[in-house]
Design a protein around this ligand. Structure first.
Ligand code: PMT
Length: 406
């Protein structure tokens, strides 16, 4: 899990993990560990083929509450209704890796072994993360099975293209574990932002002076990436504009690099009219140095030091807020080194925001570049929430909770 993924909201939720026969079966152990890290309760079913690659003991040792094996004979758990349990107890059902054989079983509605039986008795949408040889993936039989499963509302996470275990190359590689994790967490999240288009600015901007030097700040983009992930998990369609930092974001979140304030403003103005929500976490440089030029400034040209002149940059949030329409909402941030609450009240008004998140910067353990943050959240109805220090992923979740309850 990345450090900007939310954790606390998932504690105690229950997921069932099916594992099929594939070299990638060992990666399901890492998935289990990631789920345990956010305190999900995990049960596992291994097909007979999966047990040829990894053992039930591995999953038990890493925190699975129960590992189901075959329906009959060796590997039975002793529960005569094991094939019905996930459908009654779990809140999400992921099969990762799912093999071509199990896809075919699921598409046909067979219940001839434990995992297929559990899937057939599952009332909701299954999450399926395939791993197989590219020729098997591209076979029309597999394509037809996938199409049938998607028609029924199941979600197939697209496999990656690249080298696979047998040495061939093509589409069929097990997807990135972080993407599988996010889909699993999304199926356990409220979908209160479904249908909402969200624009997020994140990171610093970098204002060039000569061809090698620039003016910038310490923003890592983590706070913004946390909000982008949290909004996507809650059903939003998210577009992120980032300064020159690269916290990991899944390809499902469209990301554009906008290194300077002017570039960020240009792209934000283009996207804003179609957005429902704007979240402005970027630490945009308020001033840019008046450029020296395209050449490198030589230290020999000013041995006694020199002064720089600056010009104001546009305020991106204030510019967009001026054209805010009915149905558009704004979450602004305030980075303050003193008088946090007073300055926050003032910025809530001047930035025309619905919610304002105020955090201290400049001292030790400050909001910049730390995995944690301590914030005050103010809303346009006069509400004020003082939060304890939280990992940024969890703070992002709380911010969206506040927005939902406005
Ligand atoms: O990126 P991290 O390392 O995780 O750090 C997170 C953070 C400290 C950058 C973040 O939590 C934060 O406080 N972001 C706002 C930083 C800031 O520029 O604050 P401000 O008080 O100067 O600006 C107020 C608001 O106007 C902000 O929403 C800002 O994005 C926006 N703004 C400011 C100036 C400008 N020229 N354009 C803007 O859009």
């Amino acid at each position: 899990m990345e450090k900007h993924f939310p954790q606390a909201p998932f504690a105690g939720k229950r997921i069932h993990l099916g594992v099929c026969g594939s070299v990638a079966a060992y990666k399901a152990l890492d998935l289990l560990r990631a789920f345990c890290k956010v305190e999900l309760r995990v049960t596992v079913t291994m097909t007979e083929a999966a047990t040829r690659f990894v053992t039930p003991l591995s999953f038990q040792s890493l925190g699975a509450e129960r590992v189901y094996g075959s329906m009959f004979g060796e590997g039975r758990t002793g529960d005569p209704f094991g094939h019905l349990r996930p459908g009654l107890e779990a809140e999400a059902f992921l099969v990762a890796p799912v093999s071509a054989t199990t896809l075919a079983r699921l598409a046909c509605g067979l219940a001839d072994e434990m995992l297929a039986g559990q899937a057939l008795a599952w009332p909701g949408s299954l999450l399926l993360a395939p791993a197989m040889n590219p020729r098997m993936w591209n076979n029309q039989a597999t394509k037809d099975n996938i199409a049938a499963l998607e028609r029924r509302g199941h979600l197939v996470i697209a496999p990656e293209t690249g080298p696979v275990a047998c040495g061939e190359e093509g589409e069929g590689r097990f997807p990135d574990l972080r993407i599988i994790c996010l889909y699993a967490l999304r199926s356990l999240s409220p979908q209160d932002l479904a249908g909402q288009r969200v624009l997020i600015t994140l990171g610093p901007t970098r204002e060039p002076w000569d061809c090698v030097r620039f003016w910038s700040n310490h923003s890592s983009g983590l706070m913004g990436a946390s909000l982008a992930v949290a909004a996507w998990l809650r059903g939003a369609d998210v577009q992120a504009l980032r300064g020159p930092v690269a916290p990991w974001l899944p390809p499902q979140i469209q990301t554009r690099e906008t290194p300077t304030a002017q570039e960020m403003l240009r792209t934000a103005e283009e996207l804003w009219p179609d957005m429902h929500l704007g979240i402005f976490t970027a630490a945009v440089a308020d001033f840019a140095p008046i450029p020296f030029g395209a050449e490198k400034f030589k230290k020999t040209s000013s041995t006694k030091g020199f002064n720089l002149s600056f010009q104001p940059n546009p305020d991106i949030l204030a510019t967009l807020a001026r054209s805010k329409k009915a149905g558009q909402r704004i979450i602004a941030f305030a980075a303050e080194s003193e008088n946090l609450e007073k300055n926050a009240h003032c910025k809530l008004q001047t930035k025309n925001a619905d919610l304002l998140v105020a955090n201290l910067v400049g001292g030790e353990d400050c909001a910049f570049a730390s995995p944690n943050n301590t914030a005050l959240i103010l809303d346009h109805n006069g509400g004020l929430l003082r939060l304890p220090t939280l990992p940024k992923g969890d703070l992002a979740w709380r911010i969206l909770d506040c927005l939902s309850s406005l």
